[in-house]
Design a protein around this ligand. Structure first.
Ligand code: ADP
Ligand code: MG
Length: 378
């Protein structure tokens, strides 16, 4: 059983530099697939390299399987890491690349062969075992790098942006393979670093979203931890709300008219709009922000009553759906709306948008979210 605990973990690369990791408290359960995600430079690789033992820890405690490992050398931690750059030996075959780490540990040949065979089976590398890396595609090379981690039979797998060098189709395929690997390996815990929120949403049991932070104290700190659906439906801040989901959430300025335990009414573009949140802590007349995802805005049909009037600026047709970029006028600005199918409307058309109370988010003037009061998936 291998849980991983970050307790008040800090990292400062050099004296006088700001903290790269600021009091990180993260709990990763045994067997869990945990994804560290966030903008470039927020400290994801730093956190991962601290687990691997490749970076010193400046403060706090890091525990693997309940044991404090701050001072334990990498080879004794029971972890294996897969990098974006594959890092294969070019003059060694696939089999030799996978065997190398085990040989240096002094494992016997029969055991090494058995482990390579099993890993090659899982990763469909059996026909490629005698090839050199230069005769492999990018996806195959990354599978070899994963195979090299599997044969070590680690308790914890660490992945640092392993799909970033692959083209779009291979990224999806390898993503599925990594998800299957996690199922097949059952008890192994995985920490997976990516800047791509789609990878985080599709792979994670638990997402740890890190701040890039405009403020020093925000840098390298945890913005929210939770399941993919929790971060999508219940973001606790505007930062999380805008990071998760594509295209990103629209955020519109509004003023609070009425604040109740189960709903608020705000003035948005001159109209009263109801939002299903607990708004009791907000000050009367407070400046607030209404968030709505592009997929939750609906074009109003005729005779449906009050709706937000907008002008269509531009249409992107994706085949299955279209993205409409619309102008809501002064105080509202540009919004993105996702509609099913190929939109027929031409730029310049006048449209009206309907917003539903249960689909809206409400943020205060410090970008913190109000708790939503509709029933939402976990
Ligand atoms: P991410 O993986 O999220 O893109 P990193 O963990 O690589 O971010 O880096 C986080 C911050 O720490 C960045 O500002 C980066 O410049 C800094 N950093 C990373 N490695 C070093 C290093 N060896 N020395 C000094 N600063 C570093
Ligand atoms: Mg990185």
């Amino acid at each position: 059983m291998t849980r991983i605990d970050f307790r008040q973990v800090r990292k400062r690369y050099a004296p006088g530099q700001p903290l790269t990791i600021n009091d990180a408290n993260i709990e990763i359960d045994s067997g869990e697939f945990c994804v560290f995600v966030g903008p470039s430079g927020c400290g994801k690789s730093t956190l991962l390299r601290m687990v691997a033992g490749l970076e010193d820890i400046s403060g706090g405690d890091l525990l693997i399987g309940g044991q404090r490992v701050n001072d334990l050398p990498p080879a004794k931690r029971g972890v294996a890491m897969v990098f974006q750059s594959y890092a294969l030996y070019p003059h060694m075959t696939v089999a030799e690349n996978m065997a190398f780490g085990l040989r240096t540990l002094g494992a016997d040949k029969a055991a090494i062969d058995r482990k390579i065979k099993a890993a090659a089976d899982i990763l469909q590398l059996t026909p490629l075992l005698e090839r050199l890396p230069k005769a492999l595609s990018g996806g195959q090379r990354q599978r070899v790098a994963i195979g090299r981690a599997i044969v070590k039979e680690p308790k914890v797998f660490l992945f640092d942006e392993p799909l970033s060098n692959l083209d779009a189709a291979l990224r999806v395929q390898t993503r599925l393979e990594i998800a299957r690997l996690h199922k097949d390996l059952g008890s192994a815990s995985m920490i997976y670093v990516t800047h791509d929120q789609v990878e985080a949403m599709t792979l994670a049991d638990k997402i740890v979203l890190l701040h890039a932070g405009k403020l020093i104290e925000e840098r390298g700190s945890v913005a929210q931890v939770g399941s993919p659906m929790a971060l999508y439906h219940r973001p606790t801040s505007r930062f999380v709300a805008e990071f998760i989901g594509s295209p990103k959430m629209n955020v519109l300025p509004a003023r609070l008219l009425d604040a109740q335990a189960d709903h608020a009414v705000v003035q948005l573009a001159g109209q009263p709009v109801r939002v299903a949140v607990d708004a009791r802590h907000l000050a009367p007349n407070a400046q607030v922000q209404v968030g709505v995802r592009p997929e939750h805005v609906v074009l109003a049909g005729e005779g449906e009553g009050a709706a937000l009037p907008v002008r269509l600026l531009h249409v992107e047709r994706l085949g299955d759906a279209s993205l409409l970029y619309v102008d809501g006028g002064a105080g509202v600005g540009t919004l993105t709306v996702r509609v099913e199918g190929a939109a027929a409307q031409a730029p310049g058309s006048r449209l009206a948008l309907r917003l539903f109370p249960g689909q809206l988010h409400l943020f205060d003037d410090a970008d913190q979210a109000c708790r939503r009061t509709v029933e939402l998936p976990a």
